[in-house]
Write a protein that binds this ligand. Structure first.
Ligand code: ADP
Ligand code: ZN
Ligand code: MG
Length: 476
Protein backbone atom coordinates (compact mmCIF):
# COMPACT_ATOMS: atom_id res chain seq x y z
CA UNK A 1 0.00 0.00 0.00
CA UNK A 2 1.16 3.52 -0.70
CA UNK A 3 0.82 6.20 1.95
CA UNK A 4 0.60 9.94 2.01
CA UNK A 5 1.71 12.20 4.84
CA UNK A 6 -0.44 15.05 6.15
CA UNK A 7 1.39 17.75 8.06
CA UNK A 8 0.37 20.96 9.81
CA UNK A 9 2.82 23.25 11.60
CA UNK A 10 2.34 25.35 14.72
CA UNK A 11 5.04 27.98 14.75
CA UNK A 12 5.94 30.31 17.61
CA UNK A 13 7.91 33.45 16.86
CA UNK A 14 9.20 35.78 19.55
CA UNK A 15 8.36 39.35 18.60
CA UNK A 16 11.28 41.74 18.74
CA UNK A 17 9.51 44.49 20.58
CA UNK A 18 11.68 46.38 23.07
CA UNK A 19 9.52 45.50 26.05
CA UNK A 20 7.44 42.52 27.08
CA UNK A 21 3.82 41.91 26.14
CA UNK A 22 2.10 43.11 29.32
CA UNK A 23 4.77 45.00 31.31
CA UNK A 24 7.75 47.30 30.71
CA UNK A 25 10.50 44.73 31.22
CA UNK A 26 13.05 44.37 28.45
CA UNK A 27 12.84 41.46 26.01
CA UNK A 28 16.64 41.35 25.60
CA UNK A 29 17.97 37.82 25.21
CA UNK A 30 20.18 36.48 28.00
CA UNK A 31 21.10 38.67 30.97
CA UNK A 32 21.62 37.52 34.55
CA UNK A 33 18.76 35.16 35.45
CA UNK A 34 15.69 36.88 36.88
CA UNK A 35 16.88 40.43 36.24
CA UNK A 36 14.43 41.19 33.40
CA UNK A 37 11.43 40.78 35.64
CA UNK A 38 8.86 42.80 37.57
CA UNK A 39 5.78 42.04 39.67
CA UNK A 40 3.64 41.77 36.52
CA UNK A 41 5.65 39.16 34.62
CA UNK A 42 6.38 37.35 37.89
CA UNK A 43 2.63 37.04 38.40
CA UNK A 44 2.62 38.54 41.88
CA UNK A 45 -0.82 39.06 43.42
CA UNK A 46 -2.64 42.29 42.76
CA UNK A 47 -0.89 43.41 39.58
CA UNK A 48 -2.59 44.17 36.29
CA UNK A 49 -1.24 43.45 32.81
CA UNK A 50 -1.56 45.99 30.03
CA UNK A 51 -1.16 45.17 26.35
CA UNK A 52 1.90 46.59 24.57
CA UNK A 53 0.65 48.37 21.44
CA UNK A 54 3.74 47.26 19.50
CA UNK A 55 2.78 43.62 20.01
CA UNK A 56 -0.52 44.22 18.24
CA UNK A 57 1.19 46.23 15.51
CA UNK A 58 3.77 43.49 14.87
CA UNK A 59 1.01 40.89 14.95
CA UNK A 60 -0.91 42.90 12.35
CA UNK A 61 2.15 43.21 10.14
CA UNK A 62 2.79 39.48 10.16
CA UNK A 63 -0.89 38.62 9.71
CA UNK A 64 -1.24 40.91 6.70
CA UNK A 65 2.01 39.66 5.17
CA UNK A 66 0.53 36.16 5.52
CA UNK A 67 -2.59 37.23 3.64
CA UNK A 68 -4.84 36.83 6.68
CA UNK A 69 -8.14 38.44 7.55
CA UNK A 70 -7.65 40.50 10.66
CA UNK A 71 -10.39 40.38 13.27
CA UNK A 72 -11.88 43.75 14.10
CA UNK A 73 -12.60 42.41 17.57
CA UNK A 74 -10.46 39.96 19.49
CA UNK A 75 -9.71 39.15 23.09
CA UNK A 76 -7.21 37.41 25.34
CA UNK A 77 -7.82 34.18 27.22
CA UNK A 78 -6.13 32.35 30.03
CA UNK A 79 -4.67 28.98 29.17
CA UNK A 80 -4.28 27.24 32.50
CA UNK A 81 -1.59 24.77 33.31
CA UNK A 82 0.58 24.17 36.31
CA UNK A 83 4.27 24.13 35.56
CA UNK A 84 7.13 26.03 37.18
CA UNK A 85 8.11 27.89 34.00
CA UNK A 86 4.78 29.71 34.21
CA UNK A 87 4.73 32.07 37.18
CA UNK A 88 0.98 32.78 37.07
CA UNK A 89 0.02 29.15 36.41
CA UNK A 90 -1.74 30.38 33.31
CA UNK A 91 -0.50 31.77 30.05
CA UNK A 92 -2.19 34.79 28.52
CA UNK A 93 -3.08 33.65 25.02
CA UNK A 94 -5.94 33.91 22.56
CA UNK A 95 -8.41 31.09 22.12
CA UNK A 96 -11.67 31.43 20.23
CA UNK A 97 -11.19 34.96 18.89
CA UNK A 98 -7.61 35.19 17.57
CA UNK A 99 -6.04 38.24 15.98
CA UNK A 100 -6.31 36.88 12.44
CA UNK A 101 -7.43 33.89 10.37
CA UNK A 102 -7.73 32.43 6.88
CA UNK A 103 -4.38 33.36 5.39
CA UNK A 104 -1.99 31.54 3.13
CA UNK A 105 1.67 31.30 2.32
CA UNK A 106 2.98 30.35 -1.08
CA UNK A 107 5.81 27.85 -1.19
CA UNK A 108 7.75 26.33 -4.05
CA UNK A 109 9.15 22.80 -4.02
CA UNK A 110 10.90 21.33 -7.06
CA UNK A 111 9.66 24.17 -9.25
CA UNK A 112 6.04 23.68 -8.23
CA UNK A 113 4.17 26.43 -6.46
CA UNK A 114 1.62 25.63 -3.78
CA UNK A 115 -0.50 27.68 -1.42
CA UNK A 116 -0.49 26.52 2.19
CA UNK A 117 -3.43 27.68 4.26
CA UNK A 118 -2.90 29.54 7.51
CA UNK A 119 -5.65 28.73 9.96
CA UNK A 120 -4.90 31.40 12.55
CA UNK A 121 -2.42 33.88 13.94
CA UNK A 122 -2.67 34.79 17.59
CA UNK A 123 -0.74 36.65 20.28
CA UNK A 124 0.44 35.12 23.52
CA UNK A 125 3.22 35.36 26.08
CA UNK A 126 6.30 33.19 26.42
CA UNK A 127 7.09 31.18 29.55
CA UNK A 128 10.30 31.23 31.60
CA UNK A 129 13.19 28.87 31.10
CA UNK A 130 13.93 25.83 33.25
CA UNK A 131 17.54 24.83 33.74
CA UNK A 132 17.97 21.28 34.95
CA UNK A 133 21.08 20.69 37.00
CA UNK A 134 22.36 17.19 37.63
CA UNK A 135 23.52 16.61 41.16
CA UNK A 136 24.03 13.96 43.75
CA UNK A 137 20.73 12.93 45.24
CA UNK A 138 18.79 13.57 42.03
CA UNK A 139 19.73 17.11 41.08
CA UNK A 140 17.47 20.15 40.94
CA UNK A 141 15.93 22.67 38.58
CA UNK A 142 16.51 26.40 38.37
CA UNK A 143 14.01 28.84 36.93
CA UNK A 144 14.84 31.94 34.92
CA UNK A 145 11.86 34.25 34.31
CA UNK A 146 13.65 36.68 31.99
CA UNK A 147 11.74 35.22 29.07
CA UNK A 148 8.39 35.08 30.88
CA UNK A 149 6.03 37.55 29.26
CA UNK A 150 8.05 38.05 26.06
CA UNK A 151 5.48 38.38 23.28
CA UNK A 152 4.96 35.50 20.90
CA UNK A 153 3.01 35.11 17.72
CA UNK A 154 1.59 31.66 17.14
CA UNK A 155 0.99 30.85 13.50
CA UNK A 156 -0.99 27.68 12.81
CA UNK A 157 -1.08 26.20 9.33
CA UNK A 158 -3.88 24.15 7.83
CA UNK A 159 -2.99 20.47 7.37
CA UNK A 160 -2.01 21.24 3.76
CA UNK A 161 1.58 20.05 3.74
CA UNK A 162 2.23 16.65 2.18
CA UNK A 163 5.92 15.92 2.70
CA UNK A 164 8.84 16.81 4.96
CA UNK A 165 10.31 18.83 2.08
CA UNK A 166 7.11 20.90 1.84
CA UNK A 167 7.12 21.42 5.61
CA UNK A 168 10.68 22.64 5.44
CA UNK A 169 9.94 24.96 2.53
CA UNK A 170 6.95 26.37 4.43
CA UNK A 171 9.07 26.97 7.52
CA UNK A 172 11.81 28.66 5.48
CA UNK A 173 9.31 30.85 3.69
CA UNK A 174 7.57 31.75 6.94
CA UNK A 175 10.89 32.67 8.51
CA UNK A 176 11.66 34.86 5.52
CA UNK A 177 8.31 36.68 5.81
CA UNK A 178 8.82 37.29 9.53
CA UNK A 179 12.33 38.58 8.88
CA UNK A 180 11.31 40.83 5.99
CA UNK A 181 8.53 42.37 8.07
CA UNK A 182 11.08 42.75 10.88
CA UNK A 183 8.76 41.42 13.55
CA UNK A 184 11.06 38.64 14.76
CA UNK A 185 14.76 37.73 14.81
CA UNK A 186 13.81 34.18 13.86
CA UNK A 187 16.82 32.51 15.43
CA UNK A 188 15.95 28.86 15.64
CA UNK A 189 19.09 28.12 17.65
CA UNK A 190 18.24 30.76 20.29
CA UNK A 191 14.63 29.67 20.31
CA UNK A 192 13.12 32.88 18.96
CA UNK A 193 11.51 30.76 16.22
CA UNK A 194 10.11 27.40 17.28
CA UNK A 195 8.01 24.85 15.53
CA UNK A 196 5.78 21.95 16.50
CA UNK A 197 4.87 19.59 13.70
CA UNK A 198 1.58 17.70 13.58
CA UNK A 199 1.80 14.71 11.33
CA UNK A 200 -0.36 11.78 10.27
CA UNK A 201 -0.34 9.32 7.40
CA UNK A 202 -3.15 7.88 5.33
CA UNK A 203 -3.48 5.49 2.41
CA UNK A 204 -2.84 7.42 -0.80
CA UNK A 205 -6.16 8.48 -2.27
CA UNK A 206 -7.99 8.33 1.06
CA UNK A 207 -9.95 11.45 1.92
CA UNK A 208 -9.94 11.10 5.68
CA UNK A 209 -7.06 12.12 7.87
CA UNK A 210 -5.27 9.58 10.02
CA UNK A 211 -4.51 9.98 13.71
CA UNK A 212 -1.81 12.59 14.22
CA UNK A 213 1.10 12.94 16.55
CA UNK A 214 2.73 16.22 17.50
CA UNK A 215 6.51 16.39 17.30
CA UNK A 216 8.43 18.97 19.35
CA UNK A 217 12.02 20.04 20.01
CA UNK A 218 13.34 20.61 16.52
CA UNK A 219 15.67 23.58 16.42
CA UNK A 220 16.76 23.70 12.81
CA UNK A 221 15.22 23.22 9.36
CA UNK A 222 17.21 20.06 8.97
CA UNK A 223 15.95 18.70 12.27
CA UNK A 224 12.37 19.46 11.22
CA UNK A 225 12.80 17.56 7.97
CA UNK A 226 14.58 14.61 9.58
CA UNK A 227 12.09 14.35 12.43
CA UNK A 228 9.18 14.29 9.98
CA UNK A 229 10.86 11.70 7.78
CA UNK A 230 11.40 9.49 10.80
CA UNK A 231 7.92 10.00 12.20
CA UNK A 232 6.21 9.25 8.87
CA UNK A 233 8.17 5.99 8.53
CA UNK A 234 7.31 5.07 12.11
CA UNK A 235 3.60 5.62 11.56
CA UNK A 236 3.58 3.72 8.28
CA UNK A 237 5.32 0.78 9.95
CA UNK A 238 2.63 0.72 12.66
CA UNK A 239 -0.18 0.72 10.10
CA UNK A 240 1.54 -1.90 7.96
CA UNK A 241 1.78 -4.24 10.90
CA UNK A 242 -1.94 -3.82 11.57
CA UNK A 243 -1.53 -1.48 14.55
CA UNK A 244 -3.00 1.94 15.31
CA UNK A 245 -1.17 5.24 15.75
CA UNK A 246 -1.61 6.67 19.24
CA UNK A 247 -2.39 10.38 19.42
CA UNK A 248 0.40 11.81 21.53
CA UNK A 249 3.12 14.40 21.86
CA UNK A 250 6.56 13.17 20.85
CA UNK A 251 9.99 14.74 21.17
CA UNK A 252 12.72 14.72 18.53
CA UNK A 253 15.99 13.28 19.82
CA UNK A 254 18.56 14.89 17.56
CA UNK A 255 21.52 12.72 18.56
CA UNK A 256 19.69 9.41 18.16
CA UNK A 257 17.65 10.56 15.16
CA UNK A 258 14.36 9.30 16.56
CA UNK A 259 11.13 10.67 18.02
CA UNK A 260 10.17 9.49 21.49
CA UNK A 261 6.86 9.57 23.31
CA UNK A 262 6.62 12.47 25.79
CA UNK A 263 3.01 12.51 26.91
CA UNK A 264 -0.47 11.76 25.73
CA UNK A 265 -1.96 14.61 23.79
CA UNK A 266 -3.72 17.23 25.85
CA UNK A 267 -7.07 18.57 24.63
CA UNK A 268 -8.26 22.15 24.69
CA UNK A 269 -10.60 21.40 27.59
CA UNK A 270 -7.61 20.32 29.69
CA UNK A 271 -6.49 23.93 29.72
CA UNK A 272 -9.72 25.39 31.09
CA UNK A 273 -9.52 28.34 28.73
CA UNK A 274 -11.54 31.33 29.86
CA UNK A 275 -11.50 35.03 28.94
CA UNK A 276 -8.70 37.00 30.59
CA UNK A 277 -10.62 39.34 32.93
CA UNK A 278 -7.67 41.69 33.46
CA UNK A 279 -7.41 42.80 29.83
CA UNK A 280 -10.02 44.59 27.79
CA UNK A 281 -10.88 43.08 24.41
CA UNK A 282 -9.07 44.62 21.46
CA UNK A 283 -10.97 46.60 18.89
CA UNK A 284 -8.76 47.09 15.86
CA UNK A 285 -10.06 49.77 13.56
CA UNK A 286 -9.86 49.44 9.81
CA UNK A 287 -7.74 52.57 9.56
CA UNK A 288 -4.96 51.03 11.62
CA UNK A 289 -5.10 47.83 9.58
CA UNK A 290 -4.86 49.80 6.31
CA UNK A 291 -1.99 51.90 7.62
CA UNK A 292 0.01 48.79 8.52
CA UNK A 293 -0.86 47.25 5.16
CA UNK A 294 0.37 50.32 3.28
CA UNK A 295 3.64 50.28 5.19
CA UNK A 296 4.41 46.61 4.57
CA UNK A 297 7.88 46.20 3.08
CA UNK A 298 8.61 44.21 -0.05
CA UNK A 299 8.01 40.53 0.77
CA UNK A 300 10.23 37.57 -0.15
CA UNK A 301 8.13 36.35 -3.06
CA UNK A 302 7.99 39.68 -4.85
CA UNK A 303 11.65 40.31 -4.18
CA UNK A 304 12.37 36.91 -5.70
CA UNK A 305 10.35 37.81 -8.79
CA UNK A 306 12.25 41.07 -9.00
CA UNK A 307 15.64 39.33 -8.99
CA UNK A 308 14.48 37.01 -11.78
CA UNK A 309 13.09 39.91 -13.81
CA UNK A 310 15.77 42.56 -13.26
CA UNK A 311 18.91 40.42 -13.22
CA UNK A 312 17.84 37.37 -15.18
CA UNK A 313 18.74 35.14 -12.25
CA UNK A 314 17.53 31.54 -12.45
CA UNK A 315 14.48 31.02 -10.17
CA UNK A 316 16.46 28.64 -7.98
CA UNK A 317 19.19 31.22 -7.33
CA UNK A 318 16.64 33.93 -6.67
CA UNK A 319 14.90 31.65 -4.17
CA UNK A 320 18.09 30.95 -2.23
CA UNK A 321 19.18 34.60 -2.23
CA UNK A 322 15.83 35.94 -1.04
CA UNK A 323 15.28 33.24 1.58
CA UNK A 324 17.02 35.61 3.97
CA UNK A 325 16.53 39.36 3.91
CA UNK A 326 20.10 39.92 5.02
CA UNK A 327 21.38 37.78 2.15
CA UNK A 328 19.18 39.57 -0.38
CA UNK A 329 20.41 42.94 0.91
CA UNK A 330 23.98 41.68 0.64
CA UNK A 331 23.34 40.59 -2.93
CA UNK A 332 21.88 43.97 -3.90
CA UNK A 333 24.90 45.82 -2.52
CA UNK A 334 27.39 43.48 -4.18
CA UNK A 335 25.65 43.66 -7.57
CA UNK A 336 25.63 47.45 -7.40
CA UNK A 337 29.45 47.27 -7.32
CA UNK A 338 29.97 44.26 -9.58
CA UNK A 339 27.11 44.04 -12.06
CA UNK A 340 27.52 40.40 -13.13
CA UNK A 341 24.55 39.16 -11.06
CA UNK A 342 24.97 35.49 -11.88
CA UNK A 343 28.61 35.53 -10.78
CA UNK A 344 27.65 37.22 -7.51
CA UNK A 345 24.89 34.71 -6.88
CA UNK A 346 27.24 31.79 -7.62
CA UNK A 347 29.65 33.09 -5.00
CA UNK A 348 26.94 33.73 -2.46
CA UNK A 349 25.33 30.32 -2.90
CA UNK A 350 28.70 28.58 -2.91
CA UNK A 351 31.67 29.60 -0.81
CA UNK A 352 29.91 32.44 1.01
CA UNK A 353 27.03 30.38 2.43
CA UNK A 354 29.32 27.43 3.11
CA UNK A 355 31.67 29.54 5.26
CA UNK A 356 28.79 31.40 6.93
CA UNK A 357 27.05 28.18 7.88
CA UNK A 358 30.28 26.69 9.17
CA UNK A 359 30.84 29.69 11.43
CA UNK A 360 27.18 30.09 12.39
CA UNK A 361 27.10 33.72 11.23
CA UNK A 362 24.29 35.68 9.61
CA UNK A 363 25.08 37.34 6.25
CA UNK A 364 25.21 40.84 7.76
CA UNK A 365 27.84 39.65 10.26
CA UNK A 366 30.10 38.23 7.56
CA UNK A 367 33.73 39.32 7.83
CA UNK A 368 33.64 39.77 4.04
CA UNK A 369 31.40 42.73 3.18
CA UNK A 370 29.78 43.21 -0.26
CA UNK A 371 32.54 45.71 -1.10
CA UNK A 372 35.15 43.05 -0.37
CA UNK A 373 33.45 40.44 -2.50
CA UNK A 374 33.12 42.91 -5.38
CA UNK A 375 36.83 43.73 -5.16
CA UNK A 376 37.69 40.04 -5.32
CA UNK A 377 35.45 39.45 -8.31
CA UNK A 378 37.04 42.39 -10.13
CA UNK A 379 40.52 40.94 -9.56
CA UNK A 380 39.35 37.70 -11.07
CA UNK A 381 37.53 39.36 -13.94
CA UNK A 382 40.52 41.46 -14.98
CA UNK A 383 42.66 38.29 -14.92
CA UNK A 384 44.87 39.28 -11.99
CA UNK A 385 43.97 36.05 -10.24
CA UNK A 386 42.52 32.75 -11.41
CA UNK A 387 39.21 31.35 -10.18
CA UNK A 388 41.07 28.83 -8.10
CA UNK A 389 43.16 31.47 -6.39
CA UNK A 390 40.04 33.60 -5.94
CA UNK A 391 38.49 30.84 -3.85
CA UNK A 392 41.62 30.60 -1.76
CA UNK A 393 41.74 34.38 -1.28
CA UNK A 394 38.08 34.40 -0.30
CA UNK A 395 38.72 31.91 2.50
CA UNK A 396 41.58 34.07 3.68
CA UNK A 397 39.41 37.20 3.58
CA UNK A 398 36.77 35.40 5.59
CA UNK A 399 39.26 34.22 8.18
CA UNK A 400 41.25 37.45 8.55
CA UNK A 401 38.94 40.23 7.42
CA UNK A 402 41.69 41.49 5.11
CA UNK A 403 40.97 42.91 1.65
CA UNK A 404 41.33 40.85 -1.52
CA UNK A 405 44.03 43.02 -3.11
CA UNK A 406 46.06 43.08 0.07
CA UNK A 407 46.05 39.27 0.35
CA UNK A 408 46.93 38.82 -3.32
CA UNK A 409 49.88 41.20 -2.96
CA UNK A 410 51.10 39.86 0.39
CA UNK A 411 51.04 36.28 -0.78
CA UNK A 412 52.22 36.89 -4.32
CA UNK A 413 49.18 35.27 -5.83
CA UNK A 414 49.02 37.32 -9.00
CA UNK A 415 48.16 35.12 -11.94
CA UNK A 416 51.03 34.25 -14.27
CA UNK A 417 49.97 35.40 -17.71
CA UNK A 418 53.45 35.83 -19.04
CA UNK A 419 53.98 33.31 -21.87
CA UNK A 420 57.75 33.40 -21.46
CA UNK A 421 57.59 32.54 -17.79
CA UNK A 422 55.08 29.76 -18.35
CA UNK A 423 56.90 28.29 -21.36
CA UNK A 424 59.79 27.12 -19.19
CA UNK A 425 57.42 25.34 -16.82
CA UNK A 426 55.54 23.80 -19.74
CA UNK A 427 58.82 22.45 -21.14
CA UNK A 428 59.71 20.94 -17.80
CA UNK A 429 56.34 19.24 -17.39
CA UNK A 430 56.50 17.80 -20.91
CA UNK A 431 60.00 16.44 -20.29
CA UNK A 432 58.90 14.81 -17.05
CA UNK A 433 55.93 13.00 -18.59
CA UNK A 434 56.98 11.48 -21.91
CA UNK A 435 54.38 8.70 -21.69
CA UNK A 436 51.50 11.17 -21.26
CA UNK A 437 52.83 13.20 -24.18
CA UNK A 438 52.91 10.05 -26.30
CA UNK A 439 49.35 9.19 -25.22
CA UNK A 440 48.13 12.62 -26.28
CA UNK A 441 49.86 12.42 -29.64
CA UNK A 442 48.37 8.97 -30.02
CA UNK A 443 44.89 10.50 -29.87
CA UNK A 444 44.15 10.38 -26.15
CA UNK A 445 42.75 13.91 -25.73
CA UNK A 446 42.23 13.49 -22.02
CA UNK A 447 45.98 13.45 -21.46
CA UNK A 448 45.97 17.21 -21.99
CA UNK A 449 43.99 17.75 -18.79
CA UNK A 450 46.65 15.94 -16.81
CA UNK A 451 49.39 18.11 -18.26
CA UNK A 452 47.46 21.31 -17.55
CA UNK A 453 47.04 20.08 -14.00
CA UNK A 454 50.78 19.54 -13.65
CA UNK A 455 51.55 23.07 -14.79
CA UNK A 456 48.93 24.47 -12.40
CA UNK A 457 50.47 22.44 -9.61
CA UNK A 458 53.97 23.64 -10.41
CA UNK A 459 52.76 27.24 -10.23
CA UNK A 460 50.65 26.59 -7.15
CA UNK A 461 47.50 27.46 -9.05
CA UNK A 462 48.75 30.81 -10.29
CA UNK A 463 49.13 30.01 -13.99
CA UNK A 464 46.52 31.46 -16.33
CA UNK A 465 44.73 28.23 -17.34
CA UNK A 466 43.70 29.42 -20.80
CA UNK A 467 47.27 30.37 -21.60
CA UNK A 468 48.62 27.07 -20.26
CA UNK A 469 46.20 25.21 -22.54
CA UNK A 470 47.30 27.21 -25.52
CA UNK A 471 51.02 26.78 -24.81
CA UNK A 472 50.69 23.05 -24.29
CA UNK A 473 48.74 22.60 -27.50
CA UNK A 474 51.33 24.58 -29.44
CA UNK A 475 54.18 22.44 -28.10
CA UNK A 476 52.31 19.18 -28.60
P1 ADP B 1 -5.66 20.18 18.08
O1 ADP B 1 -6.99 20.64 18.48
O2 ADP B 1 -5.43 18.72 18.23
O3 ADP B 1 -4.53 21.03 18.60
P2 ADP B 1 -5.81 21.67 15.67
O4 ADP B 1 -7.01 21.55 14.85
O5 ADP B 1 -5.67 22.86 16.57
O6 ADP B 1 -5.60 20.34 16.51
O7 ADP B 1 -4.57 21.62 14.70
C1 ADP B 1 -3.28 21.71 15.19
C2 ADP B 1 -2.34 21.55 14.02
O8 ADP B 1 -2.41 20.21 13.53
C3 ADP B 1 -2.67 22.41 12.83
O9 ADP B 1 -1.45 22.91 12.27
C4 ADP B 1 -3.34 21.46 11.84
O10 ADP B 1 -3.07 21.85 10.52
C5 ADP B 1 -2.68 20.16 12.16
N1 ADP B 1 -3.52 18.98 11.94
C6 ADP B 1 -4.81 18.82 12.27
N2 ADP B 1 -5.23 17.58 11.98
C7 ADP B 1 -4.15 16.92 11.44
C8 ADP B 1 -3.95 15.60 10.94
N3 ADP B 1 -4.89 14.66 10.96
N4 ADP B 1 -2.71 15.30 10.49
C9 ADP B 1 -1.72 16.22 10.50
N5 ADP B 1 -1.88 17.45 10.95
C10 ADP B 1 -3.07 17.81 11.43
ZN1 ZN C 1 7.90 42.50 33.79
MG1 MG D 1 -4.40 23.32 18.74
Amino acid sequence: MEYEAVIGLEVHAELKTGSKAFCNCTTAFGGEPNTHVCPICLGLPGVLPKINRKVVEFGLKAALALNCQVASFCKFDRKNYYYPDLPKNYQISQYDLPLARHGFLEIEVNGEKKKIGIARVHMEEDAGKLIHVDGSGGGYTLVDYNRAGVPLLEIVSEPDLRSPAEARAYMEQLKAVLEYTEVSDCKMQEGSLRCDANVSVRPLGSREFGTKTEVKNMNSFRALQRALEYEIERQIAILESGGRVVQETRGWDESRGVTVSMRSKEEAHDYRYFPEPDLVPLVIDQEWIEKVRRELPELPNSRRERLIRDYGLPPYDAGVITSSKALADYFDRAVALFPDAKQVSNWLMGDFLRLLNASGLEPDASPVKPEGLAELLKLQQEGTISIKIAKQVFEEMFATGKGARQIVEEKGLVQISDAGELAAIVEKVLAEHPQVVADYRGGKDKALGFLVGQVMKATRGKANPALVNQLLKERL
